[in-house]
Design a protein around this ligand. Structure first.
Ligand code: FMN
Length: 363
């Protein structure tokens, strides 16, 4: 059955989020710090808040307005705007993301083995381009630590929105053993997730993006499905692709993913193409996110929707800052959207701003 939303969504305003008082004061201070230092402080505050409060949303909250509800992959999403992978790699602050209004949260990328990621500096701001460049390299505490944390969240019944767990390959695992590596994470985490993501599109793990071939997609999805299909209720699995694939290759990978049992795709990850930026990228390398990735990620989303037809679930990710950006992704064929970089520039009020200015029209 095709995923359903109760109505079509349009934008009442294309304005960027107005900075709230606290964010208006905090942002200049954080932006004066090194990007990763600022990220660390913000995440520590978010984690502390999440520990202290249940993070429960009042039933009347805007983020849960019935008109925003999306049913997809057998899950009920209170609204279509989710947190993209990479911000909360170790699931440290899920209650806060819910509180900010996100309709779903994707944690990770988590790898089977814990790993420190690449040496710093590895996160850069390009404010003039409303963009970030990162070469984090999947710094995370590993699948076992993630399992402990998610078990605690489940036991305390703190999750009120669907939770995705994004899986990647451990750096030390050779590409030939990638399937076993993803399988190990799936065995530990599938049961604790509402959906799983096979991430083969981050540019910062050597050789990872070379897994974006039909044969590898098939092998990796089957590996993740192994433990997942043994659950009494197997979780939907999505594949996340890069915007740098040629159109035909992206479509071939998408078709292979669906043939191997994926429920859908996430389009897209960051890009390694840095052309057309106004700021200097000297000394920077990795993946570019934010405004500059919007056009290509939306184009690829539309192409994949056209190729796959209406049934598979597509999550549109890349360069969402305004309500109009959300609408453009939905019109290009997304059932749901995600953002990361928009939150860094727009601040914690962004999701509520997006939802306040989105209008749902009955179909
Ligand atoms: C600092 C940073 C780290 C990221 N880490 C991950 C990651 O671990 N796994 C992943 O699938 N995507 C990761 N992403 C990509 C985002 O999930 C998203 O696909 C991409 O940034 C495009 O969306 P945006 O323009 O809204 O940021 C990361 C992005 C940024 C900026």
């Amino acid at each position: 059955m095709s995923p359903e939303r109760s109505g079509s969504i349009s934008a009442r305003s294309h304005l960027a989020a107005p900075a709230g008082l606290i964010w208006g004061l905090l942002r200049p201070l954080l932006f004066r710090l090194d990007a990763e230092q600022a990220h660390g402080i913000a995440l520590a505050l978010a984690a502390r808040w999440s520990k202290a409060f249940s993070g429960q949303l009042a039933a009347s909250d805007l983020a849960r307005a019935p008109a925003f509800n999306v049913d997809a992959m057998g899950l009920s999403f209170p609204n279509p705007v989710g947190l993209a992978a990479g911000l909360d790699k170790d699931a440290e602050a899920v209650p806060l993301w819910q509180r900010l209004g996100f309709g779903f949260v994707e944690v990770g990328t988590v790898t089977a083995l814990p790993q420190p990621g690449n040496p710093r500096p590895r996160l850069f701001r390009l404010p003039g381009d409303a963009a970030l460049i990162n070469r984090m390299g999947f710094n995370n505490a590993g699948a076992e630590a993630m399992a402990v944390r998610l078990t605690r969240l489940r036991e305390r019944a703190l999750l009120q929105v669907p939770l995705g767990v994004n899986l990647g390959k451990s750096k030390v695992t050779p590409s030939e053993q990638a399937a076993a590596d993803y399988q190990r994470s799936s065995a530990l985490l599938a049961e604790l997730a509402d959906y799983l993501v096979v991430n083969i599109s981050s540019p910062n793990t050597p050789g990872l993006r070379d897994l974006q071939t039909v044969e590898q997609v098939q092998a990796l999805v089957e590996a993740v499905q192994g433990p997942n299909q043994r659950l009494s209720q197997p979780r939907p699995v999505l594949l996340k692709l890069a915007p740098d694939l040629a159109d035909a290759d992206a479509i071939a990978c998408a078709e292979a993913a669906i043939a191997a049992g994926c429920a859908g795709l996430i389009l897209t990850n960051t890009t390694i193409r840095f052309d057309g930026l106004s700021g200097s990228t000297e000394g920077m390398s990795g993946g570019l996110s934010g405004r500059p990735v919007f056009a290509r990620s939306t184009q690829l989303l539309a192409l994949v929707r056209q190729a796959l037809g209406p049934d598979p679930v597509l999550i549109g990710t890349g360069g969402i800052f305004t309500p109009e950006d959300v609408v453009a992704k939905l019109e290009a064929g997304a059932n749901l959207v995600q953002l990361y970089t928009g939150l860094i520039y727009g601040g914690p009020g962004l999701v509520r701003h997006l939802l306040r200015t989105l209008e749902v029209r009955p179909r």
